[in-house]
Write a protein that binds this ligand. Sequence first.
Ligand SMILES: C[S@@+](CC[C@H](N)C(=O)[O-])C[C@H]1O[C@@H](n2cnc3c(N)ncnc32)[C@H](O)[C@@H]1O
Length: 686
Amino acid sequence: MKNKTTDTTAANAAAKETTLDDLGHSPDALAQRKAELLALLAQTAPELISDNQLNVAKLQELLGEDRVGSEEHYELSWAGKTAARREIQKTSSHTLRPDANNPAQAHHMLIEGENLEVLRVLQKSYYGKVKMIYIDPPYNTGNDSFVYPDNYSETLDEYQRRTGEKNEAGFLNKQNLWKKNSKESGQYHSAWLSMMYPRLYLARNLLRDDGVIFISIDDNEATNLKLLCDEVFGAENFVSQVVWQRSKKGDSKLIANVHEYILCIVKNRHFALNNGNWRLPKQGADQVLEKYAELRSRFGAEHDTIRVEMQAWFKQLAQDDPRKAHKHYNWSDERGLYFAADFAGPDDGRASRPRHEIFHPVTSKPCKKPSTGWRWDEEKTKWAMAQNPPRIHFGPDETTIPTRKSYLFEIDSEPYSSVFYQDGRSATLEVEELVGKGCFPFPKNTSVIGDLVKLVTQPGDITLDFFAGSGSTAQTIMDLNIEQGGNRQSISVQMPEVLDEDSEAYKAGYRTIADITRARIDKVIAKLKAEHPDKTAKLACAHFTLAPSNFKVWRGDANSAEALREQLQLFQSAEKQATGTEDQPAQTAMLAELLLKHGLGALGVHAISKPTDMAGATVYRVLMPDNTLMLLCFDPYTEALKDELVQAKPAQVVMLNSCFVGPKADELLSNLQLELAGLEIGLTVI
Ligand SMILES: C[S@@+](CC[C@H](N)C(=O)[O-])C[C@H]1O[C@@H](n2cnc3c(N)ncnc32)[C@H](O)[C@@H]1O
């Protein structure tokens, strides 16, 4: 049976026509990429495309390149790369099942499930929508485990276990696909690369054009990860391999390794340069200005005393105290605290550097000039002198070269440094307080992730972490929303990795790592609500579990009349039987899936007001991003229902094929199609 989709024009622009195949499957990411590339080429060099195929020889000719004759070329290659690439093309027949007790309105999402499958499911709704991704994948230390990609022809049972579909005991069997990758393994690096490749590829699709991905890594795979990212994102989009010094001391017979890395890559360098802050507030600057304000209120205009007090205060700070970095800001005038910055022009050999006279305000004699001339021309110098107080700092007499006043309150931000120090142990304490001692090893500091978030995102942006662990990124976003009053969204993905029975976490009552993620997020929300009862609007988090689609999957490979007949029978209705649970009616699950696959995001389900009764049928109302209304109904169709639907003036109606029952089913449907089309109401029948 064919899907009867009539019109989706009024639906969300991102929601392309939804076919039954779409409903059963997530989009094919490679096919999407290919289509984008072909469209781009067709626009700029149409002569290269014929029959929707690229003429490679012509392209080389255009570029003036010789045909590649040699087998040798520069490329990152590993055992299993082709199979890993195939993973990108696979589509998912899964969806996200919302928890029955999700809050009515949610801002954040925690998705329990294997991240490759989840990334596939997210493609439709979040394609090109995520501003920042932070991930902290397994580092491949030789001791850690990850989904082992050595068996692509897995059985259904293995597949179900891998995706967490089987929720009862026994899924994600550690002995099976979730395996330890030891350094002795002949495929040590290959296995890790095969695991990362499709995930990064799909993650890139989710990024906005000005999106940024940050990836934590250490020496085990840093080199491979850099090359892999060059391939997936394009070498020109690499920004930095930031060095994070995590401790002061380390034990080693050779060199004490006290650092790891955070790779920063943008989706498109051009867009990234024009968007995002790419600057951070100067660390410790606020506290220095606070101290200065205190001295100003004590000593008023006694700027010499204030200078002595500031110098004494800086002196007693520890060397690694971020406030100490500003110790050169110790001069003061009526405008504020400043640093006497160099006024010399750069030594670039230019004879024409400004060399005008600057007269000392007390002796009235011309001041000594720097050998390279002044940095500012005469006009700017005049302007600076005319300010009250002047923006030029003089020595006791004309024999001292004047300097420029650089005020701390005016220069309170700086670029992110490619090297920084932050003790990693404080993160463990932070997590232990929330989920219990010893429950989650080596979490990342929310302060470190927070800086990355502040560096590249704005309120309202969507962030994603698909190796969520204890949920550090989610906490970072929630804390920041409270601190800055913003509404950034977080999506966290964590596999229900089974905990060892002798682990501290198991003893504390957790059964999977996802239980820990969930507990931390819940505790953070409770804590923030208690501390800031007036700012709780953007705190709620909805939970989702990766689950099989509620709709049947049409198999295009039916190659006999009998197989075709079987499928036609199966597809008398598109939805599967009894997909709901006692806690959660099948309709809610179907609704969530339909929204997700209409590109409305899984959180769209919370935009639904309580279902209403229309002529005895249950109807769900969804407010679309363009403020139009979508109505969804899965109950039997009647003429009376049609009248009420029309009265509600929706832009879009979604129904199931099985809503149309009885001998006149086809006639009822055709009439409805015609009537709604006349009223410019879109109708999708699945
Ligand atoms: C290094 S930890 C991340 C720690 C996290 N940054 C924090 O601060 O708590 C990596 C996490 O990714 C999870 N993980 C590994 N492979 C996964 C997969 N294929 N799908 C989903 N989660 C996965 C692991 O269970 C682990 O919790």
